[in-house]
Design a protein around this ligand. Structure first.
Ligand code: ATP
Ligand code: MG
Length: 343
């Protein structure tokens, strides 16, 4: 358990596009509550390419390896030039096996009030590890395309255990295993089987149920309130977490975390939004909510609660909202109002 006065080294990557302006906003709020992070500032993405011709410079990786904790703005992987996707590289480099995406209603008065669920997505295997191949046949338009994925029993157990531990630590009551084991019998079957086995260990503490992914998708629209923690394989998690974000106000409000045993990287789900970069139009709340997750990760729920409450009060009052939330405030105005709303 951390003591309240201890500082915690953490890596900060402002990112590309709207990254720097939303990161400024977030750091301002974190400073206002006295967050314990001692930042090591590093670059990546286009900023890295421009400075040292590397979208993921060694210093940046080294810093994350050391701190094991990072807050990251959106990064652009340059097209062409043979650069590998930054997010994929980071996931592999630090074995960030769990992608955590909370979905919570913040803007009141919509169709989906009081939603509060979390999707845990397996981040390393599944169809994202697909070995793809096109087999040509006679003529240009002939041929077949082949794609497969894999899961390992070890990883299935680890991701489900992560979901259950998360549930225990965050006062959640139920974990839903989402799969397609009726059709993808081997891969989803292994996930489901491993999931049921792990669930046994939590019996009496955390409830466990199951959904086939298509049914889950429908129920997320018809009755999302029934879900608490959802855990699923890579591709299903990718789709369901975007769907869930759509229920509660979209990209400007969706935070995420990539977590492994040695490092955790917190970020907004959205990209660098170059169309609105540098115009004081970006909503900083997704990245701020990611910072709130980071505070909870280091067991500073006290500070996380203060920021959460300020966001809720400000957004509920309806006076200061950015354009994506139907308002007219800029990034800076929202940040100033948020500071005022901190209690
Ligand atoms: P990238 O190539 O880095 O993914 P993108 O153009 O796909 O960037 P996204 O960030 O993925 O942009 O989002 C798509 C659109 O959603 C943006 O063009 C922007 O208008 C809007 N958007 C995304 N994030 C925000 C935000 N934080 N505040 C306001 N609008 C946003
Ligand atoms: Mg995008």
């Amino acid at each position: 358990m951390m003591t309240n006065s201890k500082t915690i080294p953490a890596t900060l990557i402002p990112g590309d596009g709207i990254g720097p302006e939303i990161m400024d906003s977030v750091v301002e709020i974190l400073d206002a509550v006295g967050a314990p992070f001692k930042w090591e500032r590093h670059i990546a993405g286009m900023a890295g390419v421009d400075a040292v011709n590397d979208p993921l410079p060694k210093d940046t990786l080294e810093s994350i390896r050391k701190t094991g904790l990072a807050l990251k703005g959106p990064l652009t992987t340059p097209v062409g030039g043979g650069f590998k996707s930054i997010n994929v590289t980071m996931r592999q480099e630090f074995e960030l096996y769990a992608n955590l995406r909370p979905t919570k209603t913040i803007i009141p008065g919509g169709r989906y009030e009081d939603i509060d669920l979390v999707i845990v997505r397996e981040n390393l295997e599944g169809y994202y590890a697909a070995m793809e191949q096109t087999i040509p046949a006679n003529g240009d338009k002939q041929g077949i395309a082949l794609s497969g994925g894999y899961v390992s029993r070890k990883e299935c157990e680890r991701i489900v255990r992560f979901a259950f531990d998360y549930a225990v630590q965050n006062g959640r009551k139920k974990v839903t295993l989402v799969h397609k084991a009726n059709i993808i019998k081997q891969m989803c079957g292994m996930f489901l089987e491993a999931g049921r086995k792990v669930a046994e260990e939590y019996k009496g503490r955390i409830e466990c149920d199951e959904r086939i992914v298509d049914a889950c998708s429908m129920q997320l629209v018809t009755n999302p309130w029934q879900f608490d923690v959802i855990v699923t394989t890579n591709l299903f998690g990718d789709i369901l977490s975007d769907q869930a974000a759509g229920l509660v106000g979209g990209l400007g409000l969706a935070p995420g975390a990539n977590i492994g045993e040695k490092a955790a990287i917190f970020e907004a789900v959205h990209g660098s939004a170059p169309d609105i970069a540098g115009k004081n139009l970006a909503n900083p709340l997704a990245l701020l909510l990611a910072a709130v997750m980071m505070l909870r990760h280091v067991r500073r729920d006290d500070l996380a609660d203060r920021i959460d409450t300020a966001i809720k009060n400000l957004i509920t009052s309806g006076k200061v909202r950015t354009r994506d939330m139907g308002g007219e405030a800029g990034t800076k105005e929202l940040t100033a109002a948020l500071k005022q709303a901190l209690v």
